[in-house]
Design a protein around this ligand. Structure first.
Ligand code: SAH
Length: 342
């Protein structure tokens, strides 16, 4: 097990069980999550030696990084068992957002997404997800890179499918003794596991919740997102409403524009109908072309027309500026190419 998967209370039990003073746990947690050499956390050498023997201290390693001209950086992380995952650091005026992966691959099967092509290999542990953030933060200390102020769970994987580890990761990354990123600065994106959205609403973790909707019509959504066979759009939007009532947060609807699939006037009118009563903003994204799929983005003129149609329906929508296209910013692309080449 990796050492980053434990909360301070759990580290206390571990340390007490090893015969040391439990209060050392806070020091250990802080040191681990703020990064650095474990022998410099102020703990006895004997305790650190024993911990290093029992637990994995380097669950992820950055093996490749690519920088785009807009400052976006893409990282390929290697997990201790050899599996590969990706992360992307984006620079905004308000801070630096790291997009993290929650699974190796993905089981959801969305037709337009590169992450799911080889299926799901395994869930990441809470500590592995945290270690993505910690390893990017560590670059800054070595003089490259910048520290992470915001996190989006929008890399490979479906966070609510890896429910327990995702929830634990959120408690770890927002812990004041550690990385200490405010929940307000964290977004979780889901393809719409409605039962898990209800459960998540009661965790007291008020992050920004994004729903990958991509079409307001059940029959279209079922063709591009298998999850839609389990939950209708209406059921999913109900679950979101519950989340927003519980947390007081405003929601985000992710909408990848796909030529000939979801950018007509009928789509705009139906979106207005299905989103009625939901306090949300629509993020329009140009579909990133994935060579394994036969779906394409609309032209810019058509995308702008769709945005105007949404505005005419009274919906709040913006086209999200694409970042890092030249470094294969889209989900799973860098990992796939690396696997193909090696
Ligand atoms: N599993 C989660 C989070 C990961 S994907 C989810 O489904 O929300 C993050 C976002 O990128 C989702 O909205 C997903 O639908 C979208 N996405 C995946 N492949 C894409 C592509 N080729 N072009 C544009 N958006 C894509």
């Amino acid at each position: 097990m990796d050492i980053y998967s434990f909360l301070p209370s759990e580290l206390e039990e571990i340390i007490a069980g090893m015969g040391y003073e439990p209060y050392r746990a806070r020091q250990l947690f802080s040191g681990l999550h703020r990064g650095g050499n474990p022998y410099k956390f102020g703990l006895s050498k004997k305790l650190v030696d024993e911990l290093l023997q029992r637990y994995e201290f380097r669950p992820v390693e950055i093996i490749r990084s690519l920088k785009a001209s807009d400052g976006t950086e893409k990282f390929l992380f290697k997990l201790s068992g050899g599996n590969l995952i990706e992360g992307v650091l984006m620079r905004y005026s308000y801070g630096n957002t790291l997009c993290v992966s929650t699974q190796v691959g993905c089981a959801m099967g969305c037709a337009f997404c590169a992450s799911t092509i080889g299926g799901m290999v395994r869930h990441l542990t809470a500590g592995e997800i945290a270690a993505e953030v910690i390893s990017v933060n560590a670059l800054r200390r070595e003089g490259e890179g910048r520290s992470v102020t915001n996190v989006v769970l929008m890399g490979s994987g479906e966070p609510l499918h890896n429910y327990d580890n995702t929830v634990k990761f959120l408690r770890i990354v927002s812990h004041e003794l550690g990385i200490n990123i405010s929940l307000r600065n964290i977004s979780l994106s889901t393809c719409g596991l409605a039962d898990k959205i209800y459960r998540f609403s009661d965790e007291n973790l008020p992050v920004t919740l994004s729903l990958s909707l991509h079409s307001p019509f059940d029959e279209v959504r079922r063709k591009i997102m298998p999850v839609a066979k389990r939950y209708t759009v209406a059921e999913t939007v109900e679950a979101l409403k519950y989340y927003f009532e519980k947390t007081g947060r405003r929601g985000i609807i992710e909408y990848a524009m796909i030529k000939g699939v979801n950018v007509s006037a009928k789509d705009a009118a139906e979106l207005k109908r299905v989103l009625r009563g939901l306090n949300c903003h629509i993020n329009l994204i140009m579909l990133n072309e994935v060579k394994e799929s036969d779906l394409f983005p609309p032209g810019m003129a058509e995308a702008l027309r769709f945005k105007r149609m949404l505005a005419a329906e009274g919906l709040s929508a913006t086209i999200r500026k694409s970042k890092g296209a030249e470094i294969e910013g889209a989900c799973g692309q860098l990992r796939r190419r690396y696997i193909e080449q090696n």
